[in-house]
Design a protein around this ligand. Sequence first.
Ligand code: SF4
Ligand code: SF4
Length: 203
Amino acid sequence: MLVKEIERIAKKKGAELVGFTRSRQTLSYLRLPWARSAIVLGLSIRHPLLATGVRYPSWEEPRQFIDVIMDAIALSIEEFLEARGYRAKALGASNRSIDLRPLVLASGLGVEGKNHLIITPEFGPRVRFSAVVTDAELAAEPRNVPDLCRGCEICCEACPSGALNGSFNIEACRRYNQTLERDSGLLIKKCTLCTDVCPVGRM
Ligand code: SF4
Ligand code: SF4
């Protein structure tokens, strides 16, 4: 019942993907001893509010807008659970200090692709996530998602820094992005090629 209610609120607030995990092993990285379950929320970057006719140079600009929505949805779920006497903590999309990937993978909303990003059946890598952890034991199973990466290596070939040759070279990616920011004078200027070119989840 609680799970259905959470799903209903999340979808009403705009979430397109809702997943759950009760994996203690996964939750332990958050260092919240009271955490028993996590709700994972996803939203594609094709949000109707972005359909203003404005052409964005890359998905980095709409990403920041989507993160604000994702934070608000997570806070709504947090408030809902607290009002029912549960402990809850929203982990917002815009908080870069918390890595949500383990929760997303455990919830079965997506899998890791060769581009080192989480790709989903619905939107490929063009999706943002937030999450809520709670001490409620939520009776919901993770989604069973197949391996979606086609191994086409289009992302690796598109990568201008060579960061996707085999394992992910995070330093090469970071250095390239620092150069982009410096040359453009814009902190928002980020490389998104490995997100843009992936064919999974394209409509
Ligand atoms: S963000 Fe750009 S530089 Fe970094 S891995 Fe993706 S394509 Fe390569
Ligand atoms: S572009 Fe191809 S290889 Fe790269 S993540 Fe997408 S499906 Fe996998």
